[in-house]
Every structure is written in structure tokens, then in C-alpha cells.
Ligand binder design. Sequence first.
Ligand code: GLC
Ligand code: CA
Length: 543
Amino acid sequence: MEKKFYLENVVYQIYPRSFCDSNGDGIGDINGIISKLDYLQDLGVGILWLSPIYKSPLDDIGYDVSDYMDIHPDYGTLADMDNLISEAKKRGMRIVMDLVVNHTSDEHAWFIASKDINSPYHKFYYWRKGRANNKKPPNNWDSMFSGSAWKYDKDVDMWYLHLYGEKQVDLDYHNEEVIQEVEKILKFWLDRGVYGFRCDVINQIYKTSLANGRKRLYMTGKEHYLNQPGNHLILKRFYDDVFSKYDCFTVGETYNIDINETKKFVDHELTMCFNFEHLNLERAKIPVFKKKYRPATLKKVIKKWQENLDWNTNVFENHDQHRSIERFGSLDYYEESGKMLAMLLLTLRGTPYIYQGEEIGMADNSYASLDEINDISAHKVYAQIKKIFPFFSEKKIMEMVDLNNRDHSRTPMQWDDSMYGGFSTSKPWIKDNPVDCQRTNVKKALADPTSLFHFYKELIRIRKDNPVLSYGKIRFLPANKNVLAYYRYDNNDSFLVVVNLAKKKIKNAFYEDGEIVLSSYQRKDLLSLDYLMPYECYLVKCK
Ligand code: GLC
Ligand code: CA
């Protein structure tokens, strides 16, 4: 494999609103990020992906952009952004922006202009007359946040398409001018020195037709907009016209994608694609219902993707997911569970993605009622459940909502155990988690050499010092159904990784001529390793 920055470096996702507040207004900002660059450099990450910081009415916390070429004043200015890019560069780090171009905010100038049917912007969006004499939406598609994907506008006397919230209006990529405008945005940021983009819901941007979809309980209409051939043509355009001309990296947020689909998006379209199959293991088909999580299934899914896709994205958390420790491990073994996940993230073949706070094992929050929740999708899901299951108790409904409540991972970063966790001097914009802040925070983790933080740091260092852990091949060994054991190897070096995915003690079957370079139970000697303890993992440098 040709050497590349993104193949060797770890991505760290920052959710700017909740990372660090520099001016005491309770909202994280760009200067706050700059003040933590030394911390991130110490951890060893190389690529910082920022969730959206553009101008936005913040209906979906920035995933509803009203100006792609400016910064929301809550976060700072373009000058602050330039400063961040150069301060990161000084420390060997690169910045990646979130590219949210399936839709714009309804407060974007294009959308406002589009309400005039004679304006050229009218064709930037899907404005249509409804069915039944304009009384019913133009088709039966669902919004991803539940309810119809269409909204009627009185002034225009037409409906517009929104696959997400009502204030997130889908762009029409049949229109050449839309493609050209997006290319301007890409160049604007690449010319400012950013390294690339995380491309929001990028496998849905092209709607082949607006025909009714086959009726489903969730995502009716998807056969007309998911992974469409036209989608590939647009990404190829972006690649040929822009990406290929820069030293740049792109990762697609691609929900509902299998390995074969993924292969179509990589290389001459995107650099890599997120796979979230393993992040849906405890959700039923209709995502408000829970399914029991089994470590053996996680093992199967990981193995399948690793064996069949050349380059993966290794990810357990992001701003849309619950925290990972309780999902895949347990809070009573939080250090051990966190270390097990870290071992997988950093030693499986692929680019590792760490979400802010994952490196100190932050946990989910608790929400007694809807008023405590900020997330727009949780609110929509609540309304929808109430409509469909009016006889369900409030407690039951809140349990179902909780599965889709994205606030859990958006709580303020826990820097220390002071008021508001060192995130801000005033009350944070979102419900914080003071209990968890006492349990884990950066200050405490830095002081303890056996902490999860130091385990991450050590793994990142080992991965950097040993290119075989990035570029080497992977081979899985036969093992207990709850144990993942694999070699990473090339012509010169070889590492063995052993991970107990379960809480159960399991007999160890792996003895290797070599030296333990990292162990979550501080083991030094392989021969005494008769049993793998709960969530135990270790890394051996083979002779
Ligand atoms: C992606 C984002 C999510 C957002 C949605 C709509 O899934 O990660 O936060 O709500 O796209 O932009
Ligand atoms: Ca602030």
C-alpha cells in the first residue's frame, strides 16, 4: 500500500459545541479547541474532524447549514478557524470539516430565494405539487426523523422534500448548478488548508425518482434514494473536479450499506466509508425496539468486514450514538471494557476514529423526561410513538425514545471534577453529567498511569512506531466464539492480538513466542496466562 497520512493516523472527532468553552457562555468554541490542541497532540491523534461549525439555526446542531462559507458566531470567526488550522498544523495535525450537503437549512439564502418559482434557485430543491389536489404530500416517503418527508409551504403553495428535519431541505442534484455550488464550497475549505471532509449522509444525495416507495415501517422510499447509480456519478464529479487535485481525504457517512456497496464508493469517489453494522446490533429493524446484544455477533460482523474489505473505518462512537462502554462492555468493568474497545480500534486494519471523551471512557447520561433532551430526533420519535402507541405508559415511551436519544454522547467533555467538569464556567447549553464527571475526567485519567487514557496513548504510539499495524495484513485465528484473535503481519513483523469480548472468564488458547507489549490486566508473562479475564485484551510482538 502506498503510504498515506490517513492510513497511519488516528482521527479524533470533536463535537465543538460540547468540547471546550473559552469565553464562559456555556458553549464550546474554536478557541476552546485551540486551547486543547496540546492535549490532543499528547494523546497522539493526527486528524481532527469537527462536527459542523458553520452558520446555522442549530435546529439539528449545525447539520442544518445556512452559510457554508462562514462560521457560527457561537464558535468564533473565519479568522479563528484559520488560526485553528495553522495551530493544528504546527503540531502535525490536520483538520477535517463536516460536509453537510444532502440538505441545507431552510434559512439558507438559496432556499429563501427558491420560494420564488421564477428564481433559478427554485430548482435547487424539490418543490412539488402534492397529491389529491395538493392536499397530500407528493409521495409516501418517510423522514428519517419520522413522519412525512414533505412539508407544505403556504406561500409557495407547494411541498418541499426533507429526508431529515423540516428545517433541513434536500438539494436537487439533478441540477448542474447545485453540483457547481457544492464544488465551490469544497474548494473554499481546501484552499484554506483543511485536509478533507466527513461527508454527511452522502449515500442519499441523489434521488433517482420521486415515485412512491414500497410501504415499510421505516424509511419508506429508500429504494429511490439510497446508494443510487446517480449518486456515484456525482461523487465521481467531486473527485475528478476537486478531491483529486488536493492532498485530501474524505470519509462517507454511509448508513445502510453492505460491503459490496461500500466498494463502489471507494477509490475514485471517497477515500473510505463508515460501516455502522456493528453499531446496530442491539436495535431491531424498527429502531425504537431493542434487541439483545451478543459479543459473538460483534465478532462475526467485525470478521466479515475485515476479511472482505481492504480498508475499514474502526469506529465505536460518534455524536449520533450512545457511549460504547455500556453497549459492548459493562460499567463495573469500565476500564477493562474501554481497553478492549481501544485495542480493537487501534489494531484492526483500518483508520481508527475516536470520539471526544471515548479516550476517558465517558458514559451515557440519564433523562427523566423529554424536557431534559435537546436532540431533535428524540423529540420527533417521541411524538411518533405517542401517535402510534397512545396506550403505552410514559415510562415505556421514554425507554423507546432513549434508544434514539443522541444527547448521551453530546454531554460536555469532562476535563476535571470541578463545576461543569472544566468545560465551561457557566451552565452548559446541554444537560451535563456531574456524576460521571466524578467517575472519569481528563485530569484524573492523566494522573493515573494505568488509566484508559494512557492505554489509548500507548496504543497510538505503538501503532505509529510499527507500520505493520497500519499497512500489514490481517489473519484471524480460530477461537472461542467470544474471543477475537488475529495476526497483523507483513514480511518483516508480526503482532498477535487477543481480545475477550465478553464478561465471562475464558480459557486462553494462545501462546506465542514473543513479548507482551500491552495488556489490559498489566500482564508481563504469556505463559502464566491461563484464563482471559472479563474483557481482557493483550498485544504480543511475535518473535
Ligand atoms: C447525519 C449526522 C446527524 C444528522 C443527520 C442529518 O446522520 O451525523 O447528526 O442529524 O446526518 O444531517
Ligand atoms: Ca463559548
